[in-house]
Write a protein that binds this ligand. Sequence first.
Ligand code: NAD
Length: 470
Amino acid sequence: MAISEQEIQNIVRNVLQNMDTQSKKPEESKNLMGIFENIEDAIAAAKTAQKAIQPMPLEFREKIIANIRKKTIENAQKFAELGVEETGMGNVGHKILKHQLVAEKTPGTEDLSTIAWSGDRGLTLVEQGPFGVIGAVTPSTNPSETVICNSIGMLASGNAVVFAPHPAAKNVSNLAIDMVNRASVEVGGPENLAVAVENPTMEVSKVIFSHPDIALLVATGGPGVVTTILSSGKRGIGAGAGNPPVLVDETANIPKAAEDIVNGCTFDNNLPCIAEKEVVVVDSVADELIYYMEQAGCYHANAEEVEKLTNTVFVTNKKGQQTLNRDCVGRSAKVILSKIGVSVGDDIRCIIFEGDKKQPMIDEELMMPILGIVRVKDVDEGIATAIELEHGNRHSAHMHSTNINNLTRYGKAIDTAIFVKNGPSYAALGFGGEGYATFTIASRTGEGLTSSKTFTKSRRCVMADAFSIR
Ligand code: NAD
């Protein structure tokens, strides 16, 4: 049964009339739609918005999503510039491309499918319904990209979402939330389909993680937050850390492998979790690969520079643990090199060095355009080394080879959510590769590249003894 435009407007009006959440907003956040002072108010508003969206036809959800896509393209540059300015990380040009990718290739309602059985005893359907209100934690590395991508997928499946953005990226994340709501309201949909608070903190996240009105938690971030949501007692989707190795064997097209690896590694200054983080190469082609990587814009650091880099890239925190220096994460190769007193031109995109697999800049996930290169005697040692470096994250791995058996053996053995063969890592996001885009790759909990159907629950609908016309 089709619902007319007028009926949709009536549903929205009725729901909005019952809402008094707007009046609870502080003066300074009144201009940003969906941004509240208090997390309880934010969750209540999302709950109301979800009740408004759920009865609406999929066609109407698509109308809202089409407007989100349009506004994302229009504002891609603004989000890219603000993201770099606020976090100090990434590359404006690449961030524009990431927003365009999210707008164009994040699946909408077409992703939802139905399974049907019919026979003598009638017709049974399994359909994918919304969870209700979802709590979603988002990272500093792809802040507005993840907010917009999650919003499209979660709204397509009939949910509303309460975001817990990374505090270091709260302004750009909240601006993206505002845009999602404006896109909805402009086409006659409800406000507060996506919400957050002005000042996201760990305390705010704790409320979200234990709130009775939140049915599903989705975390895009490092191991800490993924473990936290998986320990919450609620259903959790964990998109965690990776340390993607790229393996190059002696059968690879070496000049192309070098170019692809440098392109993938340097995209948005290595912030994407799927990006090449270290190279494992068979000895017989290692020199040739390094030569072509230098041709592709790599600075080859010597032993002394590697030591200085290691001491710069890692810092000791208050608890005495070694952690990443946030002033290096997502910075360009030129900026990182300047921190150790090396001055290079803009043509230098990446820093390479040879090292042992235990070298911390190889072993740890850096999120900087620094690529350690580990030599191995043959592909078997290469597969074993890459598996060790991936640390069982089961996130992403890449390979350059023309030997189908080697590709197959590595793919099976490393068992990651993403495995790119003979291309830059970003091909996995649908950028220069087939398939849809997402910035939430549920490596840890196994959903893989998330899309609208990931945010649904299965519902069986049975018609007994009728509707079978076989
Ligand atoms: P982060 O882990 O520092 O922060 C991610 C989010 O989790 C933030 O919103 C932060 O406030 C929150 N958070 C962190 N610890 C928490 C805790 N104990 N309780 C509650 N909330 C907590 O990550 P980041 O630096 O913003 O992003 C980089 C990390 O995220 C990398 O490890 C990267 O691989 C990973 N990542 C994974 C994916 C994926 O799709 N699998 C995508 C992007 C980033």
